[in-house]
Design a protein around this ligand. Structure first.
Ligand SMILES: C[S@@+](CC[C@H](N)C(=O)[O-])C[C@H]1O[C@@H](n2cnc3c(N)ncnc32)[C@H](O)[C@@H]1O
Length: 224
């Protein structure tokens, strides 16, 4: 059975990025990685939850498709996009990226569609192959229960990526790893190779600001 996300939709929404930006969770490293990506036409964020717009600040993406299994989180995301007003941590991320309110409003407007789908069963998503030129996930694949599920989910999740498209993401190592895949450079390298993608960055960053997590794996790559 796939381990559960650290908090339900409402608690996650309240706890993680609603108030002050917390340095030391790895977020600032992920944002710096995302800033290296070229502009994207169609960005697919898998396991998006309510937070795609946080990562969108560091990206230049025209159209966002957010996918999650939990419709409640997707409702939060849609309502937030409609409100177009950055809360707590989002304002700090805008400042860190040298952007303002109008940039945030533009990113909110990029949310084109939300899709309810299970991304961890290793079966193709209900999306056309090649429909996205950027696919991200933050905290989704790390929920796999073992390496087989991780690799199968990775392959299915990247099926919609067009040739030459980019991938990026991050997965946190829970302090209590029971039932969760053990992430490693070898596992990522193998997953990249299985999807004919070249890894350009696979890095583990230690974190100290959250007792539930001790480090985060960040990656960036490109499909041949
Ligand atoms: C740790 S949260 C990360 C949320 C968001 N990406 C972020 O950066 O804050 C993991 C997300 O994966 C979603 N999720 C868990 N299992 C899933 C599955 N099997 N398929 C799709 N999404 C799933 C959860 O609903 C949740 O939104």
């Amino acid at each position: 059975m796939t381990p559960r996300t650290i908090a339900d939709a409402d608690r996650y929404w309240e706890n993680y990025y609603s108030s002050e930006f917390i340095f030391g969770l790895g977020t600032e490293h992920i944002l710096a990685t995302l800033q290296q990506l070229p502009p994207a036409q169609t960005w697919l964020d898998l396991g998006s939850g309510s937070e795609s717009l946080l990562w969108s600040i560091a990206l230049d993406a025209r159209r966002l498709i957010a996918v999650d299994l939990d419709h409640h989180r997707l409702n939060l995301l849609r309502d937030y996009a409609a409100a177009r007003t950055p809360r707590g941590a989002y304002q700090t991320v805008l400042d860190l990226c040298g952007l303002g309110q109008s940039d945030f409003a533009q990113r909110c407007g990029s949310l084109a569609v939300t899709v309810i789908a299970d991304c961890l069963i290793g079966r193709p998503l209900p999306l056309q192959a090649g429909c996205a030129d950027l696919i991200t996930q933050f905290g989704l694949l790390g929920l796999a229960s073992g390496p087989d599920q991780f690799r199968a989910s990775w392959a299915a999740c990247h099926h919609p990526l067009t040739a030459g498209g980019w991938v990026a993401g991050a997965n946190w190592n829970a302090t209590n790893r029971t039932g969760r895949v053990r992430l490693s450079e070898e596992l990522y390298t193998c997953a990249f190779a299985g999807s004919r993608m070249t890894p350009l960055l696979i890095r583990c960053v230690p974190i100290g600001a959250d007792p539930n997590f001790d480090s985060v794996w960040i990656y960036l790559g490109r499909k041949a």
